[in-house]
Write a protein that binds this ligand. Sequence first.
Ligand code: CA
Ligand code: CA
Length: 237
Amino acid sequence: MVLIQTATGAFCVDSTEVTVKHYDTWLSSSPKLPQLDDPECGWKASGTYLPRTSEGTCGPEHFDPKNKPDHPVVCVDWCDARQYCKGVGKRLCGAVEGGGPIGFDQPKTWDVDELTYACSGGGKRIYPHGNSPDEKACVGDLYDGVDDGEMDNALPVKSAIGCEGGLPGLHDMVGNVWEWQNSCNTLGIAQEQMCGAHGGSFWDDQSSLVCTSMYKGFTRKLDGKNIGFRCCADALP
Ligand SMILES: [Ca+2]
Ligand SMILES: [Ca+2]
């Protein structure tokens, strides 16, 4: 993880998106499913943490620990992400102050949101790599030179060597896959509530590949080949 010092404290952010290998290792520890009375994820009490490998945008090629261990894990929902982070002693990325959830309707500016803080190097950069747009820096749709986002797939983490930052050691803070955040609304049943995701993906154009990029249209139960996550943690005292 990378230690991020703020004006009032510090927190840690995974250096990369969580990979297939990381996730598979966690799965092999037989993690417990949520309890029915879990207000956010009780709907998964009889479900599974296995990434989905059929239907929608997800296929077996999106979770292949043997051949694609360093790809970001995708086709996982918000609860999978929450539980993985918890299971490895971390948490979903959330608020700079205190590390908890961020109000869904609260503007996720760099001083509020851990991922935006890290991506922008504490509000100093528009992109993780600096302030000039560069469609070849991070893994957006045009990284491969072709405007065909939905046909693309994530690349192994750290593939885009120009996409390090906003602090040294952080990779793909924009692009490659969207990253689930601890910021959901409270309308309707838990699985239909909307949760925020940060940073754009291989599917998206340059407008989604900035540090302030936020998508608020994914439900908690949604998964897709362009949605993954990384974890954050409190800094040790
Ligand atoms: Ca493309
Ligand atoms: Ca990313």
